[in-house]
Design a protein around this ligand. Structure first.
Ligand SMILES: C[S@@+](CC[C@H](N)C(=O)[O-])C[C@H]1O[C@@H](n2cnc3c(N)ncnc32)[C@H](O)[C@@H]1O
Length: 311
């Protein structure tokens, strides 16, 4: 397999927008070269006013169209940023082994919330007491923990499971069952299992994501509690204590009824993948559905809404 490394050099203020766009397009993470070194002395390390955001795309028949999409994105959105100069994205081809190693230099253990650490398998990490470690290699499925929408879900899960100084489910009866709609890399399902969920079901419409999630679940020793599959949400049966869905606002609203149907009375629904400007659209879509909005959290331009099912 050959990969294309696509490098976009943009003003620092545009980095977040370009990174979000490339994450969506590539279905995976990006790297950002953010330091400009101009002498041998570390004292002179300073932030550059330009940064290079790199994404990795399979070098297949779709590559040219994707590069055209990236070029059009830069040309359309760049002029809104001061000091923008249009630079054609630079492309270099990498073999699978090089691609894998390229990723490695950018993925470091990341703490999310207070106790969760996402750790690439090749890195060593000394956990603090009470830390939960998720071992995750960046694959082609979305969900390395670094994206704001994933982070917001993980923080919401910690709020649900960690109470009064302990992970509740090991002591208490609920919450015990979790449905993760759009599981991607399986990161939320694994986190739910580590936090104390007894039975977790992860669904994804993309069979490749389910495959990657399966490997990650096994790697984290959670296969006894996590089931994965491509069953459409509308065909799912049963009810869960927690339902997570990190998919886009339009899809969340489209699926409002089946999402709530899968939630047991008093259960918590975590909706993520919502651009903050689309928050009201989602709130309206979930109004009069027998759920009460508990919290709204935001990170970058993303929002996460948590609801409780009333009866
Ligand atoms: C933004 S990713 C989230 C991945 C992971 N849960 C996370 O939080 O990082 C969304 C995932 O949802 C899947 N997806 C989109 N619409 C879906 C649907 N209607 N049912 C199930 N999966 C869906 C996509 O294939 C993708 O893997």
């Amino acid at each position: 397999m050959v990969w294309a490394e696509v490098s976009c050099t943009v003003p620092a203020a545009m980095v977040d927008e370009v990174a979000e766009f490339l994450i969506e397009l590539s279905g995976s993470g990006v790297s950002i070269d953010n330091l400009f070194l101009d002498t041998f002395s570390l004292d002179t390390v300073r932030e550059s006013d330009r940064k290079t955001v790199k994404a990795y795309l399979p070098a297949d028949a779709d590559l040219t169209a994707k590069i055209d999409t990236i070029t059009a994105f830069l040309a359309k959105h760049g002029p809104a940023f001061p000091d923008f100069t249009f630079l054609q994205p630079a492309i270099s081809l990498l073999r699978e082994e090089d691609w894998a190693n390229n990723w490695k230099q950018y993925f470091k253990p990341a703490r999310i919330g207070k106790r969760l650490v996402i750790k690439p398998t090749w890195e060593s990490f000394n956990p603090d007491p009470g830390d939960l470690i998720i071992e995750l290699d960046p694959g082609m499925a979305f969900g390395t923990g670094t994206h704001a929408t994933t982070r917001l879900c993980l923080e919401a899960l910690e709020q649900i499971f960690f109470r009064e100084g302990t992970w509740t489910n090991r002591q208490g009866p609920i919450p015990a069952t979790v449905l993760d709609v759009g599981t991607g890399s399986g990161i939320l399902a694994i986190a739910a299992a580590k936090m104390g969920g007894d039975r977790i079901v992860g669904l994804d419409i993309d069979p490749r994501a389910v495959e990657v999630a399966g490997e990650n679940v096994r790697q984290n020793g959670a296969a006894d509690r996590v089931e994965l599959g491509t069953t459409p949400l509308t065909e799912m049966k049963g009810q869960f204590d927690v339902v997570l869905a990190n998919i886009l606002a339009e899809e969340l609203v489209r699926l409002a009824t089946p999402l709530i149907d899968r939630l047991g009375p008093g259960g918590t629904l975590v909706l993520s993948g919502i651009l903050t400007e689309r928050e009201d659209f989602v709130r309206t879509g979930f109004a009069d559905h027998g759920v009460t909005l508990l919290t709204t959290t935001r990170h970058a331009e993303w929002s996460c809404l948590c609801y409780r099912r009333d009866t």
